[in-house]
Design a protein around this ligand. Structure first.
Ligand code: SR1
Ligand code: MG
Length: 423
C-alpha cells in the first residue's frame, strides 16, 4: 500500500520534483522535467493555480490551501473543497459536455486537480473590462445553466441518485457558510471585513443598512439559498469563473458546488453582467463604451432567453424525474398541464434570480470580496458614482422582484439609472 503523504502546498520551485512522476501530467506535457516551466497565476480569493508547460504541452495544476488566500491563515478553510470541485466538474461535464475543462488527475490528499490548460482563453471579467464583445457567451452560458440545473434536479434524475448527490455535497459546509455570510448578511451591517469606497458611498451605505425592506428580502433569499436544495449549483458563477475566447466559453472553479435553488446561479451570473454594465463608465479613457453597454444588456436578455428555451426543451424531452411526472400530464393527453407547470417553475426562477442578482451586486460593493470591474477604476469619485448606480439598481430589483415581469423591464431600469448624473 502506498503511504499517504501529508498535505503540502506546492510552489513554483517544488512542483516539478513533487509531480515529476505523475503519469497523467507527464502524458500531457512530457516526462522531461528539466524543461518544465512553472508559473503561479492564481488571482482568485482561495487557491494556488499553476500553469505547467513541458516539451509536448501544458496543463493547469490547481491546489487548495488550508486557509482563505485573500485573508491569510487567520481564516482556515478545509481542503475538501477540492473534492467538491472535482465532483462538480465531473457532473457538469456529463450534463453539459464541453463546457468545463477536462480533468487529467485528482489527488484528494494533496487537494489538487490537474486539468486542461485553456489557451488562448482569458477570464471573462477581464475581457468585459477591456470592452471586448464576445458573440457566444450568452448562448454558451445560458445552455450551461439550463443543462446543469435541470439535469441535476428531481426534474430529471432518479430520486435515489439525486439524494445520494445531495448527501455528498451537503458536506461542503464551509464554502456555503462563506456565501451565507458574505453574500446574504455581512453587506447589510458593519461586519468586520467589509469595505466600501469611502467617504463617497458612506451615506448610501448607511441608508442601505437601515433599509428594513431590503434586509428582510436579503434574509428571505438566504433562507431560500440554505433550505431549497433543488439542484446541484455551480455555486460561484460570476464572470471570474468563466474563461473565454471569441468563440469558446468554459466554466471553471465550481468549488462552491452544493444543492441549492436554481435561481442562484442564474441570478449571480446576470448580476455580474449588470455590474459590468455599470462599471463601463469607469473604463472610458480610450473611448466611449455606449456600444459595450448596449452589448451587455443584450447579453443579459439573450442569456435569459437561451436559458428559458433550453430549460423548456429539457422539460418537454427529459422530464424523467419524480417531479411533475409525465403520467400526470402528457400520458393523459394533458400537454397544457405540463406547460402550465413549466410556466410556474420558470416564473419562480425569474422572481428569485432577481433577488439573488440584487444582493450579489451589493456584496461586491459593500462586502469583503469586491470585483475588478469596479476596483480597477482608479478615480475614486468615478468609481463611487458607478458603484452607487449599481447599488440603487440592486436594491430595486431585490426588493421589487415580485413586480418585475421581464428582462426588458430590468434592462430599461439599468439604462435609466445609468443616465442619472450623480450619487
Ligand atoms: C473569502 S472568499 C470570497 C469570495 O471569493 C469566491 O470567489 C466567492 O465568490 C467568495 O464569496
Ligand atoms: Mg473561484
Amino acid at each position: 500500500m502506498t503511504e499517504k503523504l501529508p498535505f503540502e502546498a506546492l510552489s513554483v520551485e517544488t512542483l516539478a520534483v513533487r509531480l515529476g512522476d505523475n503519469d497523467a501530467l507527464c502524458a500531457k506535457i512530457g516526462k522531461d522535467t528539466t524543461c518544465w516551466k512553472v508559473r503561479e497565476v492564481g488571482d482568485g480569493n482561495l487557491n494556488l493555480v499553476f500553469i505547467v508547460e513541458g516539451a509536448s504541452g501544458a496543463a493547469v495544476v490547481k491546489q487548495a490551501l488550508p486557509y482563505v488566500r485573500l485573508v491569510g491563515d487567520s481564516w482556515p478553510l478545509p481542503l475538501k473543497r477540492s473534492f467538491f470541485e472535482y465532483h462538480a466538474l465531473t457532473r457538469q461535464e456529463a450534463r453539459a459536455p464541453g463546457s468545463v475543462p477536462a480533468i487529467h488527475h485528482f489527488d484528494e490528499g494533496q487537494a489538487l486537480i490537474i486539468m486542461e490548460y485553456l489557451s488562448p482563453h482569458i477570464i471573462l471579467r477581464r475581457a468585459l473590462i477591456e470592452g471586448r464583445q464576445l458573440p457566444n457567451i450568452a448562448r454558451d452560458i445560458g445552455l450551461f445553466m439550463a443543462r446543469t440545473l435541470f439535469r441535476g434536479s428531481d426534474l430529471h434524475m432518479a430520486a435515489k441518485d439525486r439524494k445520494a448527490d445531495l448527501a455528498l455535497f451537503a458536506d461542503n459546509v464551509e464554502l456555503c457558510d462563506i456565501t451565507e455570510s458574505l453574500v446574504f448578511s455581512d453587506p447589510y451591517f458593519d461586519a468586520k471585513m467589509n469595505r466600501h469606497t469611502s467617504p463617497q458611498l458612506d451615506g448610501l451605505v448607511a441608508d442601505l443598512r437601515a433599509d428594513r425592506d431590503l434586509k428582510v428580502e436579503a434574509q428571505r433569499l438566504k433562507h431560500l439559498f440554505a433550505a431549497n436544495a433543488e439542484t446541484l449549483l455551480h455555486g460561484d458563477l460570476h464572470s471570474g469563473s468563466i474563461m473565454v475566447t471569441d468563440r469558446e466559453t468554459r466554466m471553471i472553479d465550481p468549488e462552491f458546488a452544493f444543492y441549492g435553488p436554481m435561481a442562484f446561479d442564474v441570478g449571480m451570473l446576470l448580476a455580474n453582467f449588470w455590474m459590468s454594465f455599470f462599471s463601463q463608465r469607469g473604463h472610458e479613457q480610450t473611448g466611449k463604451r455606449d456600444a459595450m453597454r448596449a452589448y451587455l444588456l443584450g447579453v443579459t436578455a439573450e442569456t435569459w432567453s437561451v436559458f428559458r428555451a433550453e430549460f423548456s426543451h429539457l422539460w418537454r424531452t427529459e422530464r424523467t424525474g419524480m417531479l411533475y411526472q409525465k403520467s400526470l400530464f402528457e400520458d393523459q393527453g394533458d400537454r397544457l398541464g405540463a406547460e402550465q407547470a413549466l410556466d410556474h417553475v420558470l416564473h419562480q426562477i425569474w422572481t428569485d434570480l432577481l433577488g439573488f442578482a440584487g444582493i450579489e451586486v451589493h456584496r461586491r460593493i459593500l462586502g469583503l470580496a469586491h470585483n475588478a470591474d469596479f476596483e480597477t477604476i482608479a478615480d475614486e469619485d468615478l468609481r463611487a458614482s458607478c458603484e452607487a448606480k449599481a447599488l440603487k439598481f440592486g436594491r430595486h430589483i431585490a426588493v421589487n422582484r415580485r413586480h418585475i415581469h421581464s428582462i426588458d423591464e430590468v434592462n430599461n431600469l439599468a439604462a435609466l439609472i445609468e443616465q442619472e448624473s450623480s450619487i
